[in-house]
Design a protein around this ligand. Structure first.
Ligand SMILES: [Zn+2]
Ligand SMILES: [Zn+2]
Length: 406
């Protein structure tokens, strides 16, 4: 039987595991109950398993029967601080915590891939590293796992890496979607405090009023985005926090605001920070004020290697048929810490439509309290991960997966 058929026979068990995880969501870097379920599911398999020290990660290595490269497959495991309103019978049992980004499907899907590949261990020419990662949602769990050695878990560096992300909206159920190059945005935070000198609202000339100066910065930042960056290498800057003052006739001492900055390359993300900091400093100086300004890089852009994207797309078409792959026209402006892996290792990140409703265009999106993911896609998700590993290992070491295979 092929991988796809084998995966189909695991569907019910994977859905069961996913629903169990869905009811016990955990947030952050420490996911003890989730880790326990993953370890139990992997226990019967011929894997070398280690767990994280600074976070509750699980790294499992499968040694193939023959020598060859190392492929990494990744699934994130953390939930979100959202109160579930999906109405599903297996909804979260923990108020205020929900698997609203579908990482419960990623965890179950990666367990499925580990089972499929373990059954084919002798045929594998190389090793597979399974990366079960906590803390994707803003806690940079991937960077923690990299610093704890996940990219050399097999004793030598990983050659290629793949991951899937389910979507509760946008993409039709069962359809895989990706694009070469930037897939998801880099994110950074801009934190600004304009320091003036407060006083009476009727006599501003005796004060240094920070409010118009901070407001000027907010609009100047938008001009910066449109005038200083190539429209084909876009930047999005949104001020989501702006705070100053207590009463209309009092000029406050300071004004603060915060922005999120999204871009699609490391260079542009760094440049946005450089320009934004200079802009705020010079506007403050022009008004005789001081400013404290900080630009913090969060996640880099998630960039698909062109060859690995082509390999993943052609594998989907080959295994599931041409209508099961759709090119993603535009990158998504969300961010993702699998970017940490793809920054170091060529690979591909692929979306998988898992919309539970009839119309992905109107269905609640990931992170919504009403987001619902159809876990009937689990078997195909697991089959794709396993198939990518099998085919990538079959490619001669050091060659691109597009090269003719031995
Ligand atoms: Zn998310
Ligand atoms: Zn996610």
């Amino acid at each position: 039987m092929g991988l796809r058929e084998d995966a189909a026979s695991l569907q019910d068990e994977l859905a069961l595991l996913r629903r169990e995880l869905h009811q016990i969501p955990e947030v952050g870097l420490d996911l003890p109950r989730t880790q326990e379920r993953v370890l139990a599911a992997l226990a019967p398999l011929p894997l070398e398993i280690s767990t994280g020290t600074g976070l509750s990660s699980v790294t499992a290595v499968l040694r193939g029967g023959r020598p060859g490269p190392v492929v990494l497959l990744r699934g994130d495991m953390d939930a979100l601080p959202v109160t579930e309103a999906s109405g599903l019978p297996y909804s979260s049992r923990h108020h205020g915590v929900m698997h609203a980004c579908g990482h419960d499907l990623h965890t179950a899907g990666l367990v499925g891939a580990a089972r499929l590949l373990s059954a084919r261990r002798d045929e594998l020419a190389g090793d597979v590293v399974f990366m079960f990662q906590p803390g994707e949602e803003g806690l940079d769990g991937a960077a923690h796992m990299i610093s704890e050695g996940v990219l050399t878990a097999a004793g030598r560096p990983v050659d290629a890496a793949y991951g899937l992300h389910v979507l509760s909206s946008t993409v039709a159920r069962g359809v895989f979607s990706a694009r070469p190059g930037p897939l998801m945005a880099a994110s950074a935070g801009l934190f600004v405090r304009v320091v003036g000198a407060g006083g009476h609202g009727s006599t501003p000339h005796y004060t240094l009023d920070p409010i118009p100066v901070a407001a000027e910065m907010v609009t100047a930042l938008q001009a910066m985005v449109t005038r200083r960056f190539n429209v084909f290498d876009p930047v999005v800057l949104t001020v989501g926090v702006f705070q100053a003052g207590t009463k209309r006739n009092i000029i406050p001492d300071d004004a603060t605001f915060e922005a999120t900055v999204r871009s699609f390359s490391t260079a542009t993300s760094a440049q946005a920070g450089e320009y934004a900091v200079a802009l705020c400093e010079h506007i403050a100086a022009a008004h005789g004020m001081r400013v404290e300004v900080r630009y913090e890089q969060e996640y880099p852009a998630t960039v698909n290697d062109a060859d690995e994207y082509e390999f993943a797309a052609s594998t989907v078409r080959d295994v599931f048929g041409p209508d099961r792959f759709e090119d993603l026209v535009d990158p998504m402006t969300g961010s993702e810490d699998f970017s940490r892996v793809l920054d170091r290792v060529p690979g591909a990140y692929v979306f998988l439509g898992a919309c539970a409703g009839d119309d992905p265009k109107t269905a609640p999106s990931n992170h919504s309290p009403r987001a619902a993911f159809d876990d009937s896609v689990l078997a195909d998700g697991a089959a794709l991960l396993a198939e990518l590993a099998v085919r990538r290992l079959a490619a001669p070491a050091g060659t691109s997966p597009k090269a003719p295979r031995a």
